[in-house]
Each structure stands twice: as structure tokens, then as C-alpha cells.
Design a protein around this ligand. Structure first.
Ligand code: AMP
Ligand code: FE
Ligand code: FE
Ligand code: ZN
Length: 290
């Protein structure tokens, strides 16, 4: 029976930029009546095993996932990968390299912020990120808030570190195509996260060419008219329509878990799609252990 079962397909842990531990994440999902949640941390899979262990105890299904960033000249684009085979060694090694480039980027960002009159140190940011895995801009924004340089987190992104703002620094060295290949090779179902962030829907076609399977039509940052727009595009392109809250624990001021959710049937569709990807020789999927 999958009736009345719901899933939140976009949840972070403190292995990236949520304030929630795996126990907090799974307990919250349970309290909010979710049957399943997808753990989609930025460039790390370290939160998946601990969430699965707790999920097993509490009866919450954990979908292994990831969120990766890519850049176009005019846009920042986030790609989710559902049912990624998170145990693969090559994948963990690649992700470690990406996490390291996040640290390098942090130092560049801090220099730029200093030049702009915002005095924060890398140590302040590491304290906030608990240095668990992927250090990122939400941690930087919090350090800026702590220093009194800004009044709220939004100001950090709007004035300084948002895409194309004066202190914005990219970290990814992978092209959009390479990122899509990586997700597919790891058996993940690639979906564009919160497509509104791109600011230019014309990029969607390029990703379809690389094997895109879905759009995150329902998201905290999507008002109903925006979701309608992406429903239409997804239908035209034959893409799955996913949805999730992008819960960062208390990282975004309030706990978003379950405020955006989708019927469990969609989880089954994503599983079917993941099976197809693994059976497709062109994706070069390698089983863990082989
Ligand atoms: P990063 O992965 O380090 O590039 O940072 C991306 C993260 O920063 C996103 O997942 C959000 O958590 C946060 N972020 C990006 N833009 C904004 C914004 N305008 N307001 C609040 N948080 C944002
Ligand atoms: Fe985030
Ligand atoms: Fe995102
Ligand atoms: Zn996210």
C-alpha cells in the first residue's frame, strides 16, 4: 500500500549545511509523518549511512541522494542525484576532491569579503560547519551574521556571496556534462533542483541532452505559479516531477521538513528510473565492490 504515504525528496544534514544531525533529521521526518526522505547533501554522501541506520529503527525510508552544483555563464544550477550508489570508492574519492575545492574556495571568498569590508576568518566558518564535510556559503553567511556585518542571511547572498555578486566564488571544476556523467555513472537519477534558481529555463534542454530525468517542480522557493511553469515544461519534455523542502534544519530560520512533499508513488518511479540507468551500458554504472 502506498496510499497516503509521502516523501520529502530534498533534505540536508550537518555533513553539509544543515544544523541537523542524522538523528535530528530522521526524528523530524518521523514526527512529520513522512514515509521516506531523500538525503541530498552538497557534494557528500557521508550522511546517508547514519540516516539509514536510524531510519531502519524508526521506520523511515532513506533514499540515498546528492546535490551538486554546476555553473553556466549566466547561471548557478544544482543537480540532484536520486538512488546514487553511495558506497562506491571512486565516487567518495571524487567527492573528497570536490570538498577540498570548497575549502580552497572558502579562503578566496574570505579575501574578497575582507576587501569588501567584511571581516570574518576561516576559523569562524569551520566552527559553524563543525567541519564535518562540505563547507559552503550558508556557513559563510552565518559567520557574517555573527560578525554583525549583515542583518540577515538573505543580505549575505543579495549583497556579497550570491551568484555573480562581488564576493561570489565558484568551487566546481566539473562541467555540467561531467557532473551529469558522474551522477549517472554512480547510478543516480539526475534531476534539476529548484530550477527557478537558474533564472533561464533554456538551459534545461542542454541537461536533457546529457541524460536529465526530472525537474524539482515543487520546492520551498517555488510559488504555485512557478511550479505550474515547471510542470508544463516537465510534461513537454517527458521529465519526472519531483519535490522537496530543501530542509536545512534551523539553517534557514525554520524547519522546512515535510512542508513540501510528494506522493510515495514518485519514489517508486524514481527507483524504476534508477534501475534503467544501471542497466544502460552507456552510463558505465559500476556496482560497489566490483
Ligand atoms: P554552496 O554549495 O556553498 O555554493 O552554497 C549553496 C547553498 O547556499 C544553498 O544550498 C543554500 O543553502 C545557500 N543559499 C544559496 N543562495 C541562497 C540565498 N539566496 N538565500 C539563502 N541561502 C542561499
Ligand atoms: Fe544548502
Ligand atoms: Fe540547492
Ligand atoms: Zn539543497
Amino acid at each position: 500500500m502506498t496510499k497516503n504515504k509521502y516523501a520529502d525528496l530534498h533534505v540536508h544534514t550537518f555533513y553539509s549545511d544543515s544544523t541537523f544531525s542524522p538523528l535530528d533529521v530522521v526524528s523530524c521526518a518521523k514526527e512529520r509523518g513522512l514515509a521516506a526522505i531523500a538525503i541530498c547533501d552538497h557534494d557528500t554522501v557521508d550522511g546517508i549511512d547514519p540516516c539509514m541506520a536510524i531510519g531502519l529503527e524508526k521506520g523511515v525510508e532513506i533514499i540515498p541522494g546528492i546535490e551538486m552544483s554546476v555553473e553556466k555563464m549566466d547561471a548557478e544550477i544544482h543537480i540532484l542525484g536520486y538512488f546514487i550508489d553511495w558506497k562506491q570508492e571512486w565516487l567518495r574519492k571524487k567527492l573528497k576532491e570536490i570538498q577540498d575545492s570548497r575549502v580552497e574556495r572558502l579562503f578566496v571568498m574570505i579575501d574578497k569579503l575582507k576587501a569588501a569590508g567584511v571581516n570574518i576568518e576561516a576559523e569562524d566558518v569551520f566552527k559553524i560547519s563543525v567541519n564535518k564535510g562540505s563547507v559552503g556559503r550558508l556557513h559563510v553567511a552565518k559567520a557574517m551574521l555573527g560578525s554583525g556585518a549583515i542583518k540577515n542571511l538573505r543580505e549575505a547572498f543579495d549583497k556579497y556571496i550570491g551568484f555573480a555578486k562581488p564576493c561570489y566564488v565558484p568551487y566546481t571544476k566539473l562541467s555540467p556534462q561531467e557532473t551529469m556523467k558522474l551522477i549517472l555513472k554512480a547510478g543516480g537519477v539526475p534531476v534539476i533542483a529548484h530550477p527557478k534558481l537558474m533564472g533561464n529555463d533554456e538551459h534545461i534542454d542542454e541537461f536533457v541532452g546529457y541524460g536529465l530525468r526530472g525537474l524539482e517542480v515543487y520546492h520551498t522557493d517555488h510559488k504555485p505559479n512557478i511550479s505550474k511553469r515547471y510542470e508544463k515544461i516537465a510534461k513537454e519534455l517527458g521529465l519526472l516531477m519531483t519535490g522537496g523542502s530543501d530542509c536545512h534544519g534551523m539553517g534557514k530560520g525554520r524547519i522546512l521538513m515535510g512542508t513540501v512533499r510528494v506522493p510515495y508513488e514518485l519514489v517508486e518511479k524514481l527507483k524504476e528510473e534508477a534501475d534503467k540507468i544501471r542497466d544502460d551500458p552507456s552510463t558505465h554504472f559500476v556496482c560497489s565492490g566490483s
